[in-house]
Design a protein around this ligand. Structure first.
Ligand SMILES: NC(=O)c1ccc[n+]([C@@H]2O[C@H](COP(=O)([O-])OP(=O)(O)OC[C@H]3O[C@@H](n4cnc5c(N)ncnc54)[C@H](OP(=O)(O)O)[C@@H]3O)[C@@H](O)[C@H]2O)c1
Length: 292
């Protein structure tokens, strides 16, 4: 299977957008988004899989509105739990490899050192519960699947913390940002690049190493630390630390979600850069785009 047919879901999301640019090197890409493949419609997912018979499925689609999910449990589970299950069942049926993404929000955040894959889980919110259910559903099908847990994804496209901070920074003299949640920011580009570096090993090689892996940049910070790094040396706005209590949200979030990517590194010989280096590269690209 030198150039497998690749079905990509969620191609307009942060990671999906980056994957859509990189995946054509690795096979015949069929990139889908909500308008061409609705993951909440299991019949549509089955029909697409049976029509396309892909050798590889990359599921970058997800219900990622963490706060909204508290009131839309069914919708979150349809996309984050049932769709991966159906994709995995169909992947097993046609012998495809599935690459699926999950989240640090499967953990309860009470740890104080980076989470390994086997660490006890305990999601605090509906989004985390639905993603955990997705992981379990994929595993239960027995499909050849790589499930990559990551955290705090940002990029130059889509809705994310980086773009929100930049927008608010242009409007305000002062930003108040939560400083008691610790995690690792991940540029969507680096996640897509790591996914493609895996694919360079060949699908058969990956089938032998199927399983659950943490995939995250090195290091950790708080949302306040990340906002400070985004704003950089500019005199304004001032970035002030606040507590989670001072910024209540519908969904509870783990106080600590740093992922230990040692297993990924040892298995595949691949490592993401530090979060600071990845952010610097992302901001440099943004400046380059802006200047022409
Ligand atoms: N974002 C994070 O901070 C974060 C953290 C940890 C793990 N992850 C995981 O990383 C993966 C990629 O996330 P991301 O940051 O790239 O998310 P994203 O930017 O929100 O992209 C998700 C994509 O899925 C699409 N989608 C939602 N419902 C759909 C449906 N019913 N049918 C088809 N497509 C649908 C969305 O389309 P619409 O735009 O039309 O809704 C969006 O384009 C996901 O598995 C996510 O759970 C993300």
């Amino acid at each position: 299977m030198d150039r497998p047919r690749i079905l990509l879901t969620g191609a307009r999301g942060q990671v999906g957008f980056e994957l859509a640019r990189l995946l054509p090197v690795h096979g015949e890409l069929i990139a889908t988004d909500r308008s061409t493949l609705d993951l909440a419609d299991p019949d549509a997912v089955v029909a697409a899989m049976r029509a396309l018979k892909p050798g590889l499925v990359v599921n970058a689609g997800a219900y990622t509105a963490v706060d909204r999910a508290e009131g839309e449990r069914e919708a979150a589970f349809a996309v984050n739990a049932n769709a991966p299950r159906v994709l995995a069942e169909e992947a097993r049926r046609c012998g495809a490899l599935l690459i699926h993404y999950s989240t640090d929000y499967v953990f309860d955040g009470t740890a104080t050192t980076p989470y390994a894959e086997a660490a006890p889980i305990g999601p605090l919110n509906v989004y985390g519960e639905s993603k955990l259910e997705g992981e379990r559903a994929v595993a239960a099908t027995g499909a050849h699947a790589l499930v990559l847990r990551t955290s705090w994804v940002y990029g130059l496209h889509g809705r994310n913390f980086l773009r929100t901070v930049q927008k608010l920074a242009a409007e305000r003299d002062e930003l108040k940002i939560v400083a008691d949640q610790t995690g690792t920011p991940n540029w969507a580009r680096t996640l897509a690049q790591a996914t493609c570096a895996l694919l360079a090993r060949g699908v058969f090689d990956l089938v032998e190493r199927a399983g659950l892996y943490h995939l995250s940049a090195l290091g950790s910070t708080t949302w306040h630390g990340l906002a400070t790094a985004i704003v950089g040396a500019a005199a304004k706005p001032r970035v002030l630390p606040i507590t989670t209590e001072e910024f209540p949200t519908p969904a509870r979030r783990p106080a600590y979600g740093v992922l230990d990517s040692t297993l990924f590194r040892c298995t595949f010989g691949l490592e993401l850069p530090t979060w600071q280096d990845a952010l610097a590269a992302c901001l440099a690209e943004q400046r380059a785009e802006a200047s022409g």
